[in-house]
Design a protein around this ligand. Structure first.
Ligand code: PLP
Length: 500
């Protein structure tokens, strides 16, 4: 299987391993597989544990390594107690036709762990295979959860440096502490004076800065990305959709071949895009329902085909979805344009120069065939947390609550009552203050007070990884302006030249 760029009209090709090492294509596009592999229904009834399933799915996309090599990466990522009971993805039935797919039983209590425990291992394997002994410098822009998950995944990984940028005022106090207290001799964490888009744009600029890349190369280093622009982040996310489907078949909740809907709380469009690939591979998925918070650029786009950034940015109770530039949408544009790289290039160009683009009627029709969308504000998010707890005794975090809200409205409005998987992306304890306020649970001052109050009021335990933070000391207090990410990277890598 070879990989091409979404903007690569020139027909350049590379392998999965090289694409993972490089992160983003040199033409600024994203790597995508040359075709989407398929499986047939019968293959879904084979009993496999999560690791075997992951090795099977990934083996279709990553063909430069042996099945044994891939399986070894997968087993070391998903076993050994990194995930509670060694179960990375857990299905919980709520109501009579919906299932929460809990992806937050890993080391950072959010779904990013599923990809970011595996990515460093795939990257190491790729570096072994293709690298010339270079050090890999992994740059991460985070809206809160990716940063910590990348730090956990890459900390003390041989031959790797990790530099994480987060929006100074755009992440929760718990997320901030998780990152600032990260251990490891190869990690740096820096706050950016700006929002997530500023951090992401700054990091993308570094990737396309030829001078910086060359000065890195001359010192035996190379950049890569742990953001979901990296194919190695996306591929592992396809696995849990197949896994959830197989679990529902096994538990006789659905018949083999029955279509299910999938609802995903969305920010950078990585998670829901993985579900789209799963569908294209042959997984019986009906609608992919994209749920946004008040930053509803994606749900507008899915409704009218216009992607328009020129709007206010609202910090919300679901900070990991406070994103206006959803990078992975570019991969979907590539598919719905019939894999037309020059069309994608033109749309991206228009986005960069005018802040908007419009897709044509054919593309919009293809988009709406697969996708539905909705959004809700903070008040509705809180109401959904309250309602799910009162009705089902189920505790939603603020991100999953957005999905739940959009799902209930979708079902009411369309009458589409197919069985539905709602992706649960974070532990409610990661956003305990907001969850407590939604449930009218009082708590005193202090970072851990809402966790304790939530635990007491609901009889559920504080997850271990958060419990352990009680004694953590912040190590990092770096801050940089939004135009100075490159300077910070130079400094951290010892490349800084004094500019006169
Ligand atoms: C990252 C994140 C999201 C958004 O996922 P995308 O793949 O960026 O769309 C949603 N919820 C939580 C808790 C997250 O950490």
């Amino acid at each position: 299987m070879e990989y091409i760029s979404t903007r690569g009209a020139g027909g350049e090709r590379t392998t999965a391993g090289r694409a993972i090492l490089q992160g983003i294509s040199e033409d600024g596009g994203l790597f995508v597989p040359e075709h989407i592999p398929r499986f047939c229904e019968e293959e879904l009834s084979v009993e496999r544990d999560y690791c075997a399933l992951a090795a099977w799915v990934l083996g279709k996309f990553i063909t430069d390594f042996t099945p044994e090599q891939i399986e070894k990466c997968v087993r070391s990522a998903y076993t050994g107690g990194r995930f509670e009971n060694d179960l990375p993805a857990v299905i919980s039935k709520v109501g009579d036709s919906s299932y929460l797919l809990e992806l937050w039983h890993g080391p950072t209590c959010a779904f990013k762990d599923l990809a970011l425990q595996l990515l460093p291992r795939l990257m190491a394997l790729s570096a072994e295979t293709y690298g010339k002994g270079e050090e890999t410098v992994v740059l991460v822009a985070t809206s809160g959860d990716t940063g910590k998950a990348a730090l956990e995944g890459f900390a003390d990984a041989p031959g790797t440096r990790v530099i994480v940028f987060y929006p100074r005022d755009g992440v929760s106090e718990m997320q901030k502490l998780q990152m600032r207290a990260q251990s490891g001799s190869n990690v740096s964490v820096c706050a950016v004076e700006g929002n997530f888009d500023d951090a992401q744009t700054g990091v993308k600029r570094i990737f396309t800065d030829g001078a910086l890349r060359m000065s890195l190369e001359s010192r035996g280093m190379r950049f890569s990305s742990a953001n979901s622009i990296n194919w190695g982040r996306l591929a592992p996310q396809i696995v849990y959709y197949a896994g959830a489907y197989c679990d529902l078949v096994r538990d006789e909740e659905i018949a083999l071949g029955e279509t299910v809907n999938v609802v995903v709380p969305t920010g950078n469009f990585g998670n829901i895009l993985a579900a789209y690939y799963a569908k294209r591979m042959g997984l019986p998925i009906g609608k992919l329902i994209c749920a946004s918070n008040r930053n509803n650029v994606l749900s507008d786009f899915i409704h009218n085909g216009v992607y328009d950034l020129r709007r206010d940015f609202y910090p919300s109770l679901s900070p990991s979805m406070d994103i206006l530039i959803s990078s992975n949408l570019e991969r979907l544009l590539f598919e719905i344009s019939g894999r037309d790289a020059s069309c994608v290039g033109g749309l991206m160009e228009s986005l960069a120069s005018t802040g908007r683009y419009r897709i044509d009627g054919g593309m919009l029709a293809r988009l709406q065939e697969d996708f539905a969308a909705g959004f809700c504000d903070d008040e509705a998010t809180k109401a959904s947390i309250r309602a799910a707890f009162e009705e089902y005794g189920y505790l939603l975090d603020t991100h999953t609550a957005v999905a739940w809200n959009v799902y209930e409205r979708y079902r009411r409005e369309t009458g589409d009552d197919r069985r539905t998987i709602v992706v649960s992306t974070a532990s409610p304890y990661k956003f305990a203050g907001s969850v407590c306020r939604s449930l009218d649970i009082d708590f005193p001052q202090g970072l851990f007070a809402p966790l304790d109050a939530l635990s007491r009021a609901t009889g559920t335990p504080v997850p271990n990884p958060l419990e352990k933070l009680r004694s953590a000391k912040p190590r990092f207090d770096d801050v940089c302006g939004r135009d100075h990410l490159g300077g910070y990277v130079r400094e951290q890598l010892g490349l800084q030249r004094r500019e006169s």
